[in-house]
Design a protein around this ligand. Structure first.
Ligand code: UTP
Length: 235
Protein backbone atom coordinates (compact mmCIF):
# COMPACT_ATOMS: atom_id res chain seq x y z
CA UNK A 1 0.00 0.00 0.00
CA UNK A 2 1.09 3.56 -0.65
CA UNK A 3 0.42 5.84 2.29
CA UNK A 4 0.80 9.53 2.90
CA UNK A 5 1.34 10.33 6.56
CA UNK A 6 1.04 13.91 7.72
CA UNK A 7 2.74 14.49 11.09
CA UNK A 8 1.86 17.83 12.71
CA UNK A 9 4.83 19.90 13.80
CA UNK A 10 3.22 20.29 17.22
CA UNK A 11 3.53 16.49 17.58
CA UNK A 12 6.85 15.72 15.94
CA UNK A 13 8.81 18.79 17.02
CA UNK A 14 7.16 19.28 20.38
CA UNK A 15 9.95 20.59 22.66
CA UNK A 16 12.37 19.62 19.86
CA UNK A 17 13.03 16.38 21.72
CA UNK A 18 15.40 14.06 19.81
CA UNK A 19 13.49 11.09 21.26
CA UNK A 20 10.28 12.09 19.44
CA UNK A 21 12.08 12.03 16.11
CA UNK A 22 13.76 8.73 16.94
CA UNK A 23 10.50 7.12 18.11
CA UNK A 24 8.72 8.17 14.94
CA UNK A 25 11.68 6.97 12.88
CA UNK A 26 11.45 3.49 14.44
CA UNK A 27 7.75 3.22 13.71
CA UNK A 28 8.18 4.46 10.14
CA UNK A 29 10.95 1.94 9.55
CA UNK A 30 8.64 -0.89 10.68
CA UNK A 31 5.78 0.35 8.51
CA UNK A 32 8.06 0.75 5.50
CA UNK A 33 8.88 -2.96 5.61
CA UNK A 34 5.35 -3.55 4.28
CA UNK A 35 4.24 -0.26 2.76
CA UNK A 36 5.53 2.64 0.66
CA UNK A 37 5.55 5.75 2.79
CA UNK A 38 5.61 9.44 2.05
CA UNK A 39 5.71 11.56 5.21
CA UNK A 40 4.86 15.26 5.37
CA UNK A 41 6.07 17.14 8.45
CA UNK A 42 4.49 20.30 9.86
CA UNK A 43 6.18 23.32 11.37
CA UNK A 44 4.78 23.41 14.92
CA UNK A 45 5.69 26.06 17.47
CA UNK A 46 8.93 27.09 15.77
CA UNK A 47 7.02 27.95 12.58
CA UNK A 48 4.50 29.99 14.55
CA UNK A 49 7.26 31.80 16.50
CA UNK A 50 9.25 32.66 13.37
CA UNK A 51 6.12 33.75 11.51
CA UNK A 52 5.09 36.01 14.40
CA UNK A 53 8.49 37.71 14.41
CA UNK A 54 8.44 38.09 10.63
CA UNK A 55 4.96 39.64 10.78
CA UNK A 56 6.02 41.99 13.58
CA UNK A 57 8.95 43.31 11.57
CA UNK A 58 6.69 43.98 8.57
CA UNK A 59 6.89 40.84 6.40
CA UNK A 60 3.84 40.19 4.25
CA UNK A 61 1.91 36.91 4.48
CA UNK A 62 3.67 35.29 1.53
CA UNK A 63 7.05 35.94 3.13
CA UNK A 64 5.65 34.50 6.38
CA UNK A 65 4.51 31.42 4.47
CA UNK A 66 7.97 30.95 2.95
CA UNK A 67 9.45 31.12 6.45
CA UNK A 68 6.88 28.55 7.63
CA UNK A 69 7.81 26.28 4.69
CA UNK A 70 11.49 26.51 5.65
CA UNK A 71 10.68 25.36 9.20
CA UNK A 72 8.57 22.44 7.95
CA UNK A 73 11.53 21.41 5.78
CA UNK A 74 13.87 21.67 8.77
CA UNK A 75 11.60 19.27 10.67
CA UNK A 76 11.63 16.99 7.62
CA UNK A 77 15.43 17.07 7.66
CA UNK A 78 15.51 16.18 11.36
CA UNK A 79 13.26 13.18 10.71
CA UNK A 80 15.40 12.18 7.71
CA UNK A 81 18.46 12.32 9.99
CA UNK A 82 16.70 10.10 12.53
CA UNK A 83 15.83 7.62 9.75
CA UNK A 84 19.40 7.50 8.44
CA UNK A 85 19.86 5.28 5.39
CA UNK A 86 16.18 4.31 5.40
CA UNK A 87 15.12 7.78 4.23
CA UNK A 88 15.63 9.53 0.93
CA UNK A 89 18.31 12.07 1.92
CA UNK A 90 16.57 15.32 0.89
CA UNK A 91 12.99 16.56 1.35
CA UNK A 92 11.48 16.89 -2.17
CA UNK A 93 10.60 20.49 -3.06
CA UNK A 94 7.37 19.68 -4.89
CA UNK A 95 4.88 16.92 -5.72
CA UNK A 96 6.60 15.78 -8.92
CA UNK A 97 9.93 15.45 -7.20
CA UNK A 98 8.24 13.42 -4.46
CA UNK A 99 6.79 11.07 -7.06
CA UNK A 100 10.18 10.66 -8.74
CA UNK A 101 12.04 9.76 -5.55
CA UNK A 102 9.52 7.15 -4.36
CA UNK A 103 11.23 4.86 -6.87
CA UNK A 104 14.31 4.91 -4.60
CA UNK A 105 12.41 2.56 -2.28
CA UNK A 106 13.35 4.79 0.66
CA UNK A 107 10.97 6.56 3.02
CA UNK A 108 10.29 9.99 1.49
CA UNK A 109 9.96 12.88 3.94
CA UNK A 110 9.01 16.40 2.90
CA UNK A 111 7.61 19.65 4.24
CA UNK A 112 5.64 22.48 2.70
CA UNK A 113 5.83 23.44 -0.96
CA UNK A 114 4.05 26.69 -1.85
CA UNK A 115 2.67 29.70 0.09
CA UNK A 116 -1.02 29.94 0.92
CA UNK A 117 -1.63 26.53 2.44
CA UNK A 118 -0.51 24.22 5.25
CA UNK A 119 1.09 20.79 5.25
CA UNK A 120 -2.39 19.21 5.61
CA UNK A 121 -3.08 20.43 2.10
CA UNK A 122 0.35 19.25 0.90
CA UNK A 123 -0.49 15.78 2.22
CA UNK A 124 -3.92 15.67 0.60
CA UNK A 125 -2.66 16.94 -2.78
CA UNK A 126 0.21 14.48 -2.64
CA UNK A 127 -2.14 11.62 -1.77
CA UNK A 128 -4.30 12.52 -4.74
CA UNK A 129 -1.35 12.98 -7.11
CA UNK A 130 0.24 9.67 -6.11
CA UNK A 131 -3.08 7.77 -6.05
CA UNK A 132 -2.28 6.80 -2.47
CA UNK A 133 -4.33 4.08 -0.81
CA UNK A 134 -4.55 5.81 2.55
CA UNK A 135 -3.85 9.16 4.13
CA UNK A 136 -3.22 9.56 7.84
CA UNK A 137 -3.17 12.90 9.62
CA UNK A 138 -1.36 12.52 12.95
CA UNK A 139 -2.18 15.61 14.93
CA UNK A 140 -2.59 16.92 18.47
CA UNK A 141 -6.30 16.07 18.77
CA UNK A 142 -7.79 12.59 18.73
CA UNK A 143 -10.05 13.12 15.76
CA UNK A 144 -12.57 15.47 14.20
CA UNK A 145 -15.10 17.09 16.55
CA UNK A 146 -18.37 18.82 15.78
CA UNK A 147 -16.76 22.05 17.08
CA UNK A 148 -13.33 23.08 18.36
CA UNK A 149 -12.95 20.96 21.56
CA UNK A 150 -10.48 23.52 22.95
CA UNK A 151 -13.08 26.26 22.95
CA UNK A 152 -16.39 24.36 23.07
CA UNK A 153 -17.03 21.84 25.88
CA UNK A 154 -20.08 20.47 24.02
CA UNK A 155 -18.01 19.36 21.02
CA UNK A 156 -18.66 15.71 20.09
CA UNK A 157 -16.12 13.50 18.36
CA UNK A 158 -16.98 11.69 15.13
CA UNK A 159 -15.74 8.10 14.87
CA UNK A 160 -16.64 7.94 11.19
CA UNK A 161 -17.78 10.62 8.81
CA UNK A 162 -18.07 11.31 5.10
CA UNK A 163 -15.77 13.74 3.33
CA UNK A 164 -18.72 16.07 2.78
CA UNK A 165 -19.38 16.09 6.52
CA UNK A 166 -15.68 16.78 7.07
CA UNK A 167 -15.79 19.79 4.72
CA UNK A 168 -18.90 21.19 6.43
CA UNK A 169 -17.49 20.66 9.92
CA UNK A 170 -14.10 22.15 9.12
CA UNK A 171 -15.66 25.19 7.42
CA UNK A 172 -17.93 25.90 10.38
CA UNK A 173 -15.03 25.63 12.85
CA UNK A 174 -12.68 27.81 10.78
CA UNK A 175 -15.30 30.55 10.51
CA UNK A 176 -15.16 31.16 14.27
CA UNK A 177 -12.34 33.49 15.37
CA UNK A 178 -9.64 31.76 17.37
CA UNK A 179 -10.88 28.26 16.56
CA UNK A 180 -8.72 25.77 14.73
CA UNK A 181 -9.87 22.62 12.98
CA UNK A 182 -7.70 19.47 12.90
CA UNK A 183 -7.60 19.54 9.08
CA UNK A 184 -7.49 22.75 7.08
CA UNK A 185 -10.38 23.53 4.69
CA UNK A 186 -8.32 23.11 1.50
CA UNK A 187 -7.17 19.67 2.64
CA UNK A 188 -10.78 18.72 3.43
CA UNK A 189 -11.90 19.77 -0.07
CA UNK A 190 -9.10 17.75 -1.67
CA UNK A 191 -9.99 14.69 0.44
CA UNK A 192 -13.61 15.08 -0.73
CA UNK A 193 -12.50 15.27 -4.36
CA UNK A 194 -9.94 12.48 -4.41
CA UNK A 195 -11.98 10.05 -2.29
CA UNK A 196 -8.95 8.61 -0.54
CA UNK A 197 -9.72 7.04 2.79
CA UNK A 198 -8.29 9.28 5.51
CA UNK A 199 -7.79 8.97 9.24
CA UNK A 200 -7.39 12.00 11.47
CA UNK A 201 -5.87 10.85 14.74
CA UNK A 202 -3.89 11.67 17.85
CA UNK A 203 -0.24 11.43 16.86
CA UNK A 204 1.25 11.74 20.32
CA UNK A 205 2.15 8.06 20.54
CA UNK A 206 3.79 6.86 17.30
CA UNK A 207 3.09 3.23 18.29
CA UNK A 208 -0.66 3.93 18.26
CA UNK A 209 -0.34 5.59 14.85
CA UNK A 210 1.39 2.46 13.60
CA UNK A 211 -1.30 0.17 15.08
CA UNK A 212 -4.08 2.15 13.45
CA UNK A 213 -2.31 2.17 10.08
CA UNK A 214 -1.82 -1.60 10.29
CA UNK A 215 -5.51 -2.09 11.13
CA UNK A 216 -6.55 0.08 8.21
CA UNK A 217 -4.10 -1.62 5.86
CA UNK A 218 -5.42 -5.07 6.68
CA UNK A 219 -8.97 -3.71 6.52
CA UNK A 220 -9.67 -4.95 10.01
CA UNK A 221 -10.11 -1.34 11.02
CA UNK A 222 -12.05 0.08 8.14
CA UNK A 223 -15.40 -0.98 9.46
CA UNK A 224 -14.26 -1.11 13.04
CA UNK A 225 -14.20 1.73 15.50
CA UNK A 226 -10.84 3.38 15.81
CA UNK A 227 -10.98 5.07 19.18
CA UNK A 228 -7.94 7.26 18.76
CA UNK A 229 -9.21 8.95 15.62
CA UNK A 230 -11.86 9.69 13.03
CA UNK A 231 -12.18 7.74 9.78
CA UNK A 232 -13.24 9.71 6.74
CA UNK A 233 -14.69 7.00 4.57
CA UNK A 234 -16.26 6.56 1.16
CA UNK A 235 -18.04 3.25 1.47
P1 UTP B 1 1.96 23.75 9.08
O1 UTP B 1 1.38 22.82 8.13
O2 UTP B 1 2.78 23.23 10.18
O3 UTP B 1 0.84 24.73 9.63
O4 UTP B 1 2.83 24.82 8.29
P2 UTP B 1 -0.14 24.63 10.87
O5 UTP B 1 -1.36 23.87 10.48
O6 UTP B 1 -0.32 26.03 11.35
O7 UTP B 1 0.74 23.84 11.93
P3 UTP B 1 0.46 22.71 13.01
O8 UTP B 1 -0.59 21.76 12.48
O9 UTP B 1 0.04 23.44 14.25
O10 UTP B 1 1.82 22.04 13.12
C1 UTP B 1 3.42 25.94 8.96
C2 UTP B 1 3.26 27.17 8.12
O11 UTP B 1 4.06 27.04 6.91
C3 UTP B 1 3.41 27.67 5.83
C4 UTP B 1 2.12 28.28 6.37
O12 UTP B 1 2.41 29.60 6.76
C5 UTP B 1 1.85 27.41 7.61
O13 UTP B 1 1.06 28.07 8.57
N1 UTP B 1 3.21 26.68 4.73
C6 UTP B 1 3.29 25.34 4.95
C7 UTP B 1 2.95 27.14 3.44
O14 UTP B 1 2.83 28.35 3.20
N2 UTP B 1 2.82 26.24 2.42
C8 UTP B 1 2.94 24.90 2.62
O15 UTP B 1 2.84 24.12 1.62
C9 UTP B 1 3.15 24.44 3.93
Amino acid sequence: MLMVLSIGGSILARDLSPDRFLLYANVLRELSAEHSLVVVTGGGKAARDYINVARSVGANEVVCDFIGIDITRLNAQLLISALGKDAYPEPPRDYKEAEAVIASGKIVVMGGVVPGQTTDAVSAILAEYLNADLMVVATSVDGVYSADPNTNPDAVKYEKMTAKELVNTVMSIEMKAGSKSPVDPLAAKIIERCKIETIVMDGNDPAVVSDVIMQMATKTGSMARIHSGTIIGFD
